[in-house]
Design a binder for this molecule. Structure first.
Ligand SMILES: [Zn+2]
Length: 314
């Protein structure tokens, strides 16, 4: 029996006063401290109109930005089974459930096919809101399957990376995804199909150490954090002060780690141009031409292959 039992009620915290501005209507730009309307920001692809600061984007917004119109999503139902029964501050199963509810996705990547400025392309877009965009078994499997689909249908691949690295809660299994995806990319390369890696803020850990750096073109968004280990860990290890702008896109471009740093608003047209340069043809016109030729009873030229938008090179 407790002798000193508190019977009084606890002091209540004062109810929060209703903010003048409804939440989510305005946002302060971390680049120039300008207060921006969320709606203006969305129409500008989440880029600050004043200072071009690039806000983060979710995976669905990425696909909307890249594709001309609707896209076909693959392997939507794949979900992690928690193979290790892992628990840190909370069980991995609970983390998965919370992320699934918060994002509406089953894991940290959406894989889809559609057309980018007329070029039929397989695109994987990573979702940072889903456990830090971490790469577990599902992310690895979905990307590997996407690449295999690309090889089958002779389409180029674009992967939009946004990740904290391999997923700790799946241990060595998530590390194996690095090799699996790299293996698939090697087959894509042997099939002479282009792959473009788009690195966004942040791209770190096992993702940087595998497919993010393997593009025929590695394109980054301005001022994105790109690295393997974090700057603090490096500083403590080498006991040296790191240079200004270390691990940011511009710094990496200067050091030859990247091919291009591109404003998000130009990303779509530059990717489409690059794919065309690397051999991809416009999807619809080719098909339309073939249909016309078929109707006219003529035989199509040797260059185009049915169901393909990339000509095999010798
Ligand atoms: Zn700004």
């Amino acid at each position: 029996m407790a002798w000193f039992k508190k019977t009084r009620k606890k002091i209540k915290a004062p109810a929060e006063k209703a903010s003048r501005v409804p939440e989510g209507l305005m946002v302060k730009c971390p680049g120039c401290a300008q207060i921006l309307y969320n709606k203006d920001l969305t129409t500008n692809l989440n880029v600050c109109p004043k200072c071009a600061h690039h806000f983060r984007m979710n995976a669905a917004e990425r696909l909307r930005m890249l594709f001309d119109d609707a896209w076909v999503e693959y392997d939507r139902g794949l979900v992690s089974t928690d193979p290790l029964g892992f628990t840190d501050t909370k069980p991995y199963k609970a983390r998965l459930k919370a992320s699934i509810e918060a994002t509406g996705l089953k894991d940290a990547v959406i894989t889809a096919s559609g057309t980018i400025d007329g070029v039929r392309t397989m695109v994987a877009a990573m979702e940072y809101e889903f456990i830090g965009g971490s790469m577990g078994v599902v992310v690895g499997e979905k990307i590997a399957r996407l690449i295999e689909r690309a090889i089958e249908s002779r389409a180029p691949v674009v992967i939009v990376c946004c990740s904290g690295g391999a997923r700790m809660m799946e241990g060595a299994l998530s590390l194996m995804q690095m090799a699996k995806i790299c293996g698939a990319l090697a087959r894509l390369d042997r099939a002479r199909l282009p792959y473009i890696a788009v690195l966004t803020d942040p791209t770190t850990g096992g993702v940087t150490a595998s497919f993010a750096m393997l593009g025929d073109l590695n394109i980054a968004e301005p001022k994105a954090l790109i690295g393997f280990a974090g700057p603090r860990v490096i500083e403590q290890t080498i006991r040296q002060k790191l240079p200004e702008g270390f691990q940011r896109s511009e710094f990496l471009l200067e050091k030859g780690m990247l091919d291009l740093v591109i404003d998000r608003r130009e990303m779509r047209s530059i990717i489409a141009n690059a794919l065309r340069f690397m051999g991809a043809a416009r999807a619809e016109p080719v098909r339309a031409e073939q249909a016309q030729l078929a109707q006219a009873g003529a035989t199509a030229g040797g260059a185009d292959i049915p169901g393909s938008n990339i000509e095999p090179r010798a």
